[in-house]
Design a protein around this ligand. Structure first.
Ligand code: FES
Ligand code: FES
Length: 192
């Protein structure tokens, strides 16, 4: 099974051949080695300012399409049940658990993943603060923590550490780096 076929089997998504946009053909052809997903629907996922034309099983989650089809693996799958926050991304500027969200609901929406936040040479201030404050150990939860923390900056949140902990309570860290995560977030909040 080729990599495209494997990804499609896992996620129910397959990329559309470049140049055969859904708008042009109405029934876009998959890559030659891609399986024909029964009941698949065309969709454009706009991730980090790039459009991805896909054919997806309507039941496919946003998380699986991001990781397995678009191959942006910075977004993590932890529980796959909406309990850990490892899969957090932004949809139109708001944080979303992508494991609980159907990709079909986000046709044309502005989706941002950790890869779209900053670059190694120009980190987002929250990424830099996590580094400075050692806001991680194994790193598995970190992309979700950072995506939640960046969204939190625009949400109504009181000034105390307890306020931050409350709004970050949907993001679990098995390594227990919570104290440093809160310190990193408070550092950015005080500077912005
Ligand atoms: S993987 Fe989505 S909340 Fe855990
Ligand atoms: S740094 Fe390991 S789970 Fe959070």
């Amino acid at each position: 099974m080729g990599s495209t076929a494997a990804a499609a089997a896992i996620t129910g998504c397959t990329p559309v051949r470049p140049g055969s946009s859904p708008a042009q053909s109405g029934s876009p052809a998959p890559f030659a080695d891609g399986p024909n997903i029964q009941g698949a629907v065309p969709i454009t996922l706009r991730i980090n300012r790039n459009d991805h034309h896909l054919r997806i099983d309507p039941r496919a989650t946003l998380l699986d399409c991001i990781r397995e089809t678009v191959a942006l693996t910075g977004t993590k799958k932890g529980c796959d049940h909406g309990q850990c926050g490892a899969c957090t991304v932004h949809v139109n500027g708001r944080r979303v658990n992508s494991c609980l969200s159907l990709a079909l609901l986000h046709d044309g929406a502005e989706i941002t993943t950790i890869e779209g936040l900053g670059t190694p040479d120009a980190l987002h201030p929250m990424q830099a603060a996590f580094l400075t404050h050692d806001g991680y150990q194994c790193g598995y939860c970190t992309s979700g923590q950072i995506m939640s923390a960046v969204a939190l900056l625009k949400e109504p949140c009181g000034p105390t550490d307890a306020d931050v902990k409350e709004l970050m309570s949907g993001n679990i860290c098995r390594c227990g780096a919570y104290q440093n995560i809160v310190a990193a977030i408070q550092h950015v909040r005080k500077k912005s």
